[in-house]
Every structure is written in structure tokens, then in C-alpha cells.
Design a protein around this ligand. Structure first.
Ligand code: SAH
Length: 552
């Protein structure tokens, strides 16, 4: 399956089933009819939504009557090109009906969903029913050489022909295929490159590995090596390279262009037998597609991500993707919970541990062993959060060389100051600064000095970590300093749990503000001398700082 599926629902009664399906495909987005149900994404017109998903080749799981889906997509069905899987699922989860996309794996999806919902899928494809398998849709690790030829082959079998299997096809052991020794048709599982005969079906196992010494002209060299050996390039399971090439960008690009994983081998790693040698490249033959995937170790990846303030819709798609691809997740327990839905196979290293450097080192150790690791912060990871700690751990002289070979990325998120500002209007519409009032990691005198200068410079200010049980007096002292620069009618915004269920926004004046109104889940914005407020239609207040500043 290429794109992640869209789960489309019409009302709240389908939401529970939709979430169960989403647990199976964590990247799936639930589309809900606007005004009727609160989902991941709102739509206005059911038919238009379905058609645009279909056109963009997105697998569709519609939780409604099959008839509605059929009628909506009917205008698009005439030209039978590539089509995404389309399924209708009863909103109570009692029926799963694959409708379209037989070659896109719709029956496989139907079975997966049905298994998750503990019902059986309504499979109607004759070949599949008769033979208990779809020959044209082999499992991962195997590719069909030619689909058109394959369709003829299956219709011959349906017409009464029998077949024999040559080669290893473990997934067909339980099938109900009409096998016979002297059959007129043959299913070949082979790495050989050749044009299929009329009486055979060719399936290529992905069992070949290319061990390469450099990225130069790689695609062409691989093409030639396969051609000279008479092997089908569809059998290429992965590129292997020495660990010294782990950070080689060209090599990574070549693997991506070839659509195969890239893995690295240690100096004394045992390798499968060699088939062909030439042009600084060897083709190796693994025993099976599964075995081919266990040779070498991928380059590890460490993504330092920001979840945004809380609501899923304020998380960037890049962050959602990193979370979905992660094998290990590290962070405070609350943030790891905020990253749900996660799968059972994803390892959660959640802790109350405040030792950020230690967590960063742990993340590097995991990533250096080839794992895909995510370090989770709320808001933006670079704002009083893990990104700086991760870089500090990497720069330490004690950091092993393998840590530097890890693919490290920092993915931004919507920081609390920006989320709070947007709720209130645009209080940070002119120059501003972000200050953490926590003196855990810096001397209080530095904070006082910065507050004094920010006040004198007439910057709007956003305070992070404004107060806590261990730091009860600091906020009051900070406000005293601010008050030496600002009048009591200066506009203040308090955002608490912004983007979360308990969200609360308050607009008041500096004169009214007391430390008791603030806790550690609050973001405090102190306006500049120019920050203004005015009534909103709904009774609240808009706050903004004008773009222009008065001339002296
Ligand atoms: N990296 C985070 C900030 C971590 S510091 C970010 O970019 O948002 C923690 C402080 O951020 C809290 O004490 C609080 O002041 C603020 N904060 C974080 N999330 C918040 C939210 N959802 N609503 C209001 N303030 C929040």
C-alpha cells in the first residue's frame, strides 16, 4: 500500500469503529462530516470527498452503506486504470466489504480489518475464493513479473487448468490451488530474467543483494550486473555497503531511487554466497526474502520532534510520520502518551527522569544500533526542550564515532507561545522575546538582568516555566521588574493547557495579574507598550500588537 488510508465517517456512531481501524493503520486520517462528528479532519460533502480521495490514489475505508460508496464513485469507474483499495465497513464493525482495488491489495486490507474487528471479510473474488489466495498479489518479498500475463494465467486456472509449482512459494502451502505433477501450467518462483511463456506465471523472490563499494554511477552498474548474470532486477532486496559509507548521501539517494533499503555490514560479518562480481560490485544470493532482510544493519535515525501544544491537528505531518516510523520513543511519560496512537511493537521508554542529557545519550545508543528513534518534546523541540540536549550530548568528547554516523534530524513544532498567541489574536505581532523563568539551569541574576533589558527594550515577552512548587517566588519577582518598565494597563495573556482538553485563555492587565493565577501549565504573555485589546463578537477579547511602532 502506498498512501495511508482515509477512514471516512458520517456521524458519531461510527467513531469507535473508526478508531479501532486507525489503531491498525496509525497513519490513517479519520474524515468526519462537519457539524455532525468531531474527527481528525472535517469535510463538507461526502461524494466530493470520496472522489477526490479516489483520484489521489488514497485507500478509502468508508464506514457506511456499500451503496452510498458505489453511487459516489460510479462516475469515476469507467476508465479502469490503477485504483486504490476501497472498502465499505459497517459502522458498528460487524461487516467488512472490499469493493474496489483488487490489485491494490483490497482483499488483504479487508482481512486485516476484519481480523482486528473479529469478523470475517466478505471476499467475493473468484480466484481468491476458489484457491484461497490471490496469485496476482503475492506477499511482501515477492513480485509478480507481469500483471497482464498473470490475469490470463488465473483465468486459465479458473477455466479448469491445473498447475505445478517450481521454486519456493511457502505462502502457497495452505492454498487450494489445483496442483498436479503433469499440469499444463507452471508457477515459477525464480530470480531468472526472462519473458514469461504463455503457460507459466513468473514470480520473482526478493532474495538478491548488491554489495557495493561506492555510489558512483550505481544504478547503471547494478543494471549491467543483473543483465550480465541473467537475473531479474526486481529480485533486488537491498543494497549492502561497508559501514564507512554510512553517511554517504549519494549512496542513500541511489538506494532511494532504486526503491530498496540500504544496510551496512561490519568487517567480519558473514555474507551469503556470491553470484556475480564486477565493476566494484557483488551480487549475493540470500536463502529467502526473509533472510535477505536480516543481513547488515540499517543506518540508525534519531528524530527530535515537537508534538505542538497538544491537539493532533496542530502536529505537523512530518512529525506524525516520524512517530509512525519510530521503533523507540523517548520522553516524559505525559508527552509519550500525547504521541498516541502508537503500535504495540513500538518501544516506549517513558520516564519521569529529568536528566535530559542522559536521555539524549540513551537515544544515541539506540540509534547507533540501527534503530529508528524519536525523542519527544511538547511544542517545539528547540524551545526549552530536548533538541539542545541532544546536540550537547553529541558534541561531548566522550561521544562515540558511531553517534556521529546516525541520521539526526530536528522536526519543528508549534511552540506554546505561538499557540497561545494565536488563540488570543496576535500579541506577538511585533518584536518579542521568549524567556524561561526557571532558574534550574541558569542563575536567577541572569533572568533578572534579561527581564530588565527586555522591559527597557519594550519587547513583548512570553514566559515559559513561569512558576512551580520548587520555584514559588520567582514569578512575583519577575513581575516586579516588568512593572518598573510597563504601566498597569499593559495587556497580559495567560494560556493554560492550550490545545488540550482543559484549555483556558485569559486576557487581563498587568495591574490585575497575580502569581496565584499562574501555574506550570501556563504560558504568560506580557504585551509591549503598544499591545492592544478590543471586544470580540462572542464576548471575549482580541489582543494584538500592531505591525508598526510609533516614530520617535
Ligand atoms: N518545548 C515547549 C516548552 C517546554 S517548557 C514548547 O515549545 O512549547 C514548558 C513550559 O511551556 C510550561 O511550563 C508552560 O509555560 C509552557 N507550555 C507548554 N505547553 C503548553 C500548553 N499546551 N499551554 C500553555 N503553556 C504550555
Amino acid at each position: 500500500m502506498t498512501a495511508s488510508p482515509a477512514i471516512v465517517i458520517l456521524g458519531p456512531s461510527a467513531l469507535a469503529t473508526a478508531r479501532r481501524i486507525q489503531a491498525l493503520y496509525p497513519q490513517a486520517v479519520i474524515h468526519g462530516l462537519s457539524g455532525r462528528v468531531e474527527a481528525d479532519q472535517a469535510y463538507d460533502d461526502f461524494g466530493d470527498t470520496l472522489r477526490s480521495l479516489y483520484r489521489s490514489d488514497t485507500p478509502i475505508i468508508a464506514l457506511c452503506a456499500a451503496g452510498i460508496v458505489i453511487r459516489s464513485l460510479a462516475p469515476l469507474l469507467a476508465n479502469k486504470g490503477a485504483e486504490p483499495p476501497v472498502l465499505a465497513v459497517a459502522e458498528d464493525g460487524s461487516a467488512v466489504v472490499p469493493l474496489l482495488g483488487g490489485l491494490g491489495g483490497v482483499n488483504r486490507m479487508a482481512r486485516e480489518i476484519a481480523a482486528a474487528l473479529q469478523v470475517s471479510a466478505a471476499i467475493t473474488t473468484s480466484g481468491e475464493l476458489r484457491f484461497g489466495t490471490c496469485l496476482l498479489d503475492p506477499p511482501s518479498g515477492y513480485v509478480l513479473a507481469d500483471i497482464e500475463q498473470g490475469k490470463r494465467f488465473v483465468s486459465d486456472l479458473l477455466g479448469g487448468e491445473s498447475l505445478r509449482i517450481e521454486g519456493d512459494a511457502p505462502w502457497l502451502e495452505q492454498s487450494k490451488l489445483p496442483l498436479a505433477e503433469n499440469a499444463g501450467r507452471t508457477l515459477h518462483i525464480t530470480t531468472e530474467q526472462r519473458v514469461a511463456q504463455a503457460d507459466e506465471l513468473l514470480i520473482h523472490p526478493r532474495t538478491l543483494l548488491a554489495l557495493v563499494g561506492s555510489a558512483d554511477d550505481l544504478a547503471a552498474r547494478i543494471g549491467r550486473a543483473f543483465e550480465q548474470a541473467g537475473l531479474a532486477q526486481q529480485c533486488l532486496a537491498a543494497l549492502l555497503a561497508p559501514q564507512a559509507l554510512m553517511t554517504d548521501k549519494q549512496l542513500a539517494q541511489a538506494a532511494a531511487d532504486l526503491g530498496v533499503p540500504l544496510r551496512f555490514i561490519g568487517a567480519d560479518e558473514a555474507l551469503p554466497p556470491q553470484l556475480q562480481h564486477g565493476e566494484n560490485l557483488q551480487l549475493l544470493q540470500a536463502a529467502s526474502p526473509d533472510a535477505a532482510q536480516t543481513i547488515g544493519c540499517p543506518r540508525g535515525r534519531l528524530s527530535v520532534i515537537g508534538l505542538g501544544p497538544g491537539a493532533a491537528e496542530h502536529m505537523t505531518p512530518a512529525v506524525r510520520r516520524a512517530l509512525d516510523e519510530a521503533q523507540d520513543l523517548l520522553g516524559y511519560e505525559t508527552y509519550v502518551k500525547m504521541a498516541e496512537p502508537l503500535r504495540d511493537d513500538q518501544v516506549r521508554h517513558s520516564s519521569d527522569n529529568r536528566e535530559e542529557l542522559q536521555r539524549a545519550r540513551h537515544a544515541f545508543e539506540l540509534a547507533a544500533s540501527g534503530r529508528r528513534v524519536v525523542v519527544i518534546s511538547s511544542g517545539d523541540p528547540g524551545v526549552f526542550a530536548m533538541a539542545a540536549a541532544v546536540l550537547e550530548a553529541l558534541e561531548e568528547s566522550a561521544a562515540p564515532a558511531e553517534w556521529h554516523a546516525v541520521e539526526l534530524e530536528v522536526l519543528p513544532g508549534v511552540s506554546a507561545a505561538l499557540a497561545t498567541a494565536a488563540k488570543a489574536g496576535a500579541p506577538l505581532g511585533h518584536d518579542f522575546c521568549l524567556i524561561s523563568l526557571s532558574d534550574n539551569l541558569k542563575p536567577w541574576a541572569v533572568i533578572e538582568n534579561r527581564l530588565d533589558h527586555a522591559g527597557a527594550a519594550d519587547l513583548a515577552m512570553a514566559f515559559y516555566n513561569p512558576i512551580s512548587k520548587a520555584r514559588p517566588w520567582q514569578l512575583g519577582r519577575a513581575l516586579d521588574i516588568v512593572r518598573t518598565h510597563r504601566t498597569p494597563d499593559t495587556v497580559v495573556v495567560l494560556g493554560r493547557d492550550i490545545g488540550r482538553p482543559a484549555e483556558a485563555l485569559r486576557v487581563l492587565s498587568l495591574g490585575e495579574l497575580t502569581a496565584e493565577m499562574v501555574d506550570m501549565r501556563t504560558l504568560v504573555i506580557i504585551g509591549s507598550s503598544q499591545t492592544r485589546r478590543f471586544p470580540r463578537g462572542d464576548g471575549g477579547k482580541w489582543v494584538y500588537t500592531p505591525r508598526s511602532y510609533p516614530q520617535p
